[in-house]
Write a protein that binds this ligand. Sequence first.
Ligand SMILES: Cc1ncc(COP(=O)(O)O)c(C=O)c1O
Length: 361
Amino acid sequence: MRPRTLAHINLGALRHNLLAIKAMAPHSQLMAVVKANAYGHGLAGISKALQEADGCAVATVEEAATLRENGWQGRLLLLQGFADTSELDASIELNADVVLHQQSQLDLLANSGRKLTQAVWIKLETGMHRLGFELDQLPRLSQQLCANQVHVLTHFAEAEEKNSAAVQGQIFRFENTVHGLGYSKSMANSAAILNYPQSHADWVRSGLMVYGVSPLAEGTGKDLGLLPVMTFSSRLLAVKTCQAGDQVGYGSTYTCNDEMLIGTVAVGYGDGYPWQASSRSDGQTQVLIAGALCPIIGRVSMDMLAVDLRPVEELGIPVTEGETVILWGEGLPVEEVACSIGTIAYELLCGLSGRVKYLYE
Ligand SMILES: Cc1ncc(COP(=O)(O)O)c(C=O)c1O
């Protein structure tokens, strides 16, 4: 049975992207960030294609367990560390490095009587104000953790901005604090790999680029030599001719200005295709059908959306029910879809629902 909605995951593209990122930061080790179910790509499904990474970073103990169950034996980092004794125990059992970012974790560790056997990554607060110890705490922490292999990391608030004074300030404060202490260091996410080579340090932590997507406001992954890993597609459920004045979809928000061929696509917000892509006066989101970009018309509903099929007709291609509709991926960059909706590619990729079928090859 052909699936209604399909996320085709190209593992060759993922391997290519890992190598491409390593070439961008040739003196650093690569931590592939695979949290949030590998940015919506399916953690179990991609786990066999990660060999080129020097480590993998996840947000939750469950994600760490999934990676281990699927054969990942390399370095594994829990980006939020542990928040209670069961998470602490799991991190030890899974041999997952932990981020330490606040005193309560050290108190929990001391009170638990457990001993961390894995490496720790001390997160320093340099300007993001999300997680991290204040810089002046580092000497005390290093004394306390002297038995462990210690790494230090920080995270940038606006690395997608070139020449940002804020990022430069974060790099300066971080380097100034850790200089000469001999710890392995990590600062850069995908955008910083591109915009701030001086932040590459010992480990870069890349998420979005692993999946072939650009973290920058302009351009796409292709411009960076990356390949899209996910192609999200559906198919045409119905093709019909509407007359001038006919209205399409909930709220009758779209009125045909002429006789026109329209298609009903078997995807909606119940699959994770955003309602915000509904047609608006200030911009249109498109899908790709038989090589033609077709605008969405009217509102996206739970299981369906409507498209203007005239661009396919103009190519002289007969369009029929069952035709594949690419929502993003190969031929239609997710960055462009996100931009047309006013969101970010991260949100679209992470948002696919459980009824989308995944195919890995
Ligand atoms: C601490 C940390 N490092 C690295 C990343 C990867 O970021 P990106 O996907 O922009 O490369 C994230 C993602 O949010 C993160 O939280």
